[in-house]
Structures are given as C-alpha cells and as structure tokens.
Design a protein around this ligand. Sequence first.
Ligand code: GLU
Length: 449
Amino acid sequence: MEVRVRMAPSPTGFLHVGTARTALFNWLFAKKNGGKLILRIEDTDLARSTPEFEKDIVEQLEWLGITWNEGPIRQSERLDLYETHLKRLLDEKKAYWCTCTKDELEAKRKEMLESGIAPRYDGACREKHLGQDSKGVIRFVMPEHAIGFTDLIRGHIEFKGDMIGDIVIAKSLKEPLYNFAVVVDDEDMKITHVIRGEDGIANTPKQLALQAALGFRHPHYAHLPLILDASRAKMSKRNAATALAEYRAAGYLPEAMMNFLALIGWHPEDDKEIMVPEEIAKIFTLERVQKGGGAFSLEKLNWMNAHYLRAMSDAAIAKRIGWEDSGKNRRIIALVKPRAETLNDFATHGAFLFDLPKYEPELLLWKDMAPGAAKASLEHVIALVEKGDAAGIPKLAEERGRGETFWPLRVALSGLKESPGPIEILDALGTDESLRRLHLAIGKLEKIS
Ligand code: GLU
C-alpha cells in the first residue's frame, strides 16, 4: 500500500521550529518509503487563522527544502465534506446537539472536581434528541470502553474508557472542530501514518473513536518527542526564538537547519552528524526516533551552520548574502569565513572592511608603546606597501618586534580591538584602501604625540 503522510500546521502563528521538525520527519518518512506527503492547512479556527501565517508556513517550508506532493489543502474550503459526515453521525445517533450553557457546564465541572471526579461532560443532552435546527454545539458519543493503540515510537498506549466524556466535535454544521476535521481528512486523504508531536497523544483516543463511529480505517500513529531548550524545558517563545523565520533571518542556512532538525529526537546508528537530506532519507526510520525530549542546542546549530558555510565557495556565499560577486567581496568573504557561524556574520564581521570603524588613537599603541614608535612602525609598513612588497612585513616584524609591528598595523587597518590578522586584512582591502587607512592612523598618532 502506498505510504501517505501529512503535515498539518495550523496558521495561527509563524511556522514553529517544532512544526518544521514534524514536517521534516514526515518528509523523510515519505521519501524513505516512496510515499506521498500532503500539506494540509488546519484553519478551522477562523478567529485565530490568518492568510499571513499560512503564507509564512508555506514560505518557510519551501525555504527549508521540504517539498510536498499534494496541497496546500485548506480545511476551511472543505466545510461541505465535514457537514456530510456530521449529519451522518447525528442521523445515526452517534452524535447529538447539546445546548448546555457555559455557566451550566462550569457549575457541573466544579461539582465533579469537588467530589473528586475528573471533570467531563455528563451527557445531559444525550437523551434530549434536539433537532437539526438546534442552536447548540454537536457532541460525539464517546464509547465507554478503554481505547488503546500501538504508537510506532512509544509502543502500546491505553486510555481508560470513562475519562474523556462526550467531546464537542463542531460548533455548528459548518464549524467542525479540530478532532473531527482531522479524522475526516485523514480518511479522505488516505493517510496511512499520522506522524505528529507528542501533544497529539491525548487526541488520539478521540480520533480513534470517531474513526470507528464513521466506519473509517485507523491510520498508524507515531508521536514525536518534544523539543527541549538548553535548560531541558519545553521550548517556548519566552526563552528562545521559536519561529523558523527568525533563524532564517539570523543567517542560518536551510541545509544546516534541516540537518540540525533531523537530529532532534533521531540519530543514525553510527551517530554521524553531518548528513545531507537525501542521505538521511535513505536511512530514516521511526523505530530510531527516541521517546524522550530532544534538545535544541543553539551551540550545535552554530557549529553545524559554520560547517556548511565553510563547505561553500566564496562565490556561492556572495550569492546567498546578496553581494556582487566581485574580487573584493570574495576576498572579504574568504577572510570572514573561517570564523563565521551565520550568513549575517559576513556583514557584521566584514563591516570594518567596507567602513573603517571610529577608534581612539590610543588603541594603536601596543602595550606601553610611545605614539612616535607606533608612527615609525606604520611608516615602515607604508614604505613596503608602496613598493608592492607587503610580503616583507613579517621580516620587518622580526626586526622591530612582532607586537610593535602587527598591533598598530592591525588596528590601523581594522579600527578594531579584535579582528583577523593584518596581512589577511591588507590583502582583502587592497593597496589603495590599506594605504589610506595607514595614513589616517598616522594622523591620529600625530595628534597624541
Ligand atoms: N494542526 C495541528 C497542529 O498544528 C496538527 C495536528 C495533527 O497533526 O493531527 O498542531
């Protein structure tokens, strides 16, 4: 049977890294098994869903390199389909209208809590047999028996029968709620494997019961572990960037991000870390997904991104960061690359090459060097550069002292306390700009001599 999986984001926020990881695992599973991936936009919550969030979801998935075979399919465009099945359940008395008010429900809830019962709907409207034109919500008759399933990652999970109560599956015939719409769609789209976050576990018995009532197949289920932050807490907006777009804006490469996300909660047998998506897809199995939370380590992401950056040509990096592919730009990229962790580092770490930062003349002085000595040192360098003999600088440093030569030179060229080495900077800047900066430094030193 053809494997068919889905990614089912709700457009109620920017694409979350957790949702991206879930999408990626579905993509890997589909690829590994020669199956199909469907993008389904779960926008039944009309008040919270927006076209902007949907656009972000599609854009970020595309950026990451996740491709899908069908969709995006919007639930909001399939209301007739849900209505048909809602009516069927109502006709078959497997669902009923409920007109209990919020206050009534709240009062009952309190009562149950007070008598030590886990609160759930008491089924008060079940016997009222309210008509189709009823104003209330639609509740599903939950079976009394226990419901279990075998999770492909976690093994057998069982829910006691009397825990859930009759759930609301629609606010009206045209307003299905999450659990109902998912069940109808998973059947209609012939989904064979539901691979989703751990937070979906509690919904699974409801969905299994609905499938049984509707005469649908049960897909296989696999619930992925949560993503935890550095302090092993659930990753949340309060303590980390959670939108994939934020990582993209921070200069992470999609290939590094994909590799990184694939290793949250899954790893290959040989613990290999750097792997292109095709390589991962060949060996990916749900059996190797771990049960416990997977850590999101920014340190690891930085390391991985740096690795991918170093594997890229200078011209390719220029293209990614939108720089003209000129000789000078390539030299700057080559200079920054060994220390770069993100694409943004080229602009930030390379900024001093475009514009000399303002600096105090004292910064030019190595230890307790006198301004006159620093000036003399720079003049020697100028003489060499003017002759086109920059290669002679190391020899000069041997004669006059390394710190005394390299420090004033490096500061004159970079204006920074810390930077790459002076010879590399000189090379990246070119002769004219280097000489201009050296003369400027001499001017500064003359002011404090
Ligand atoms: N729409 C759900 C979410 O965004 C996904 C639920 C599912 O995969 O069944 O969390």
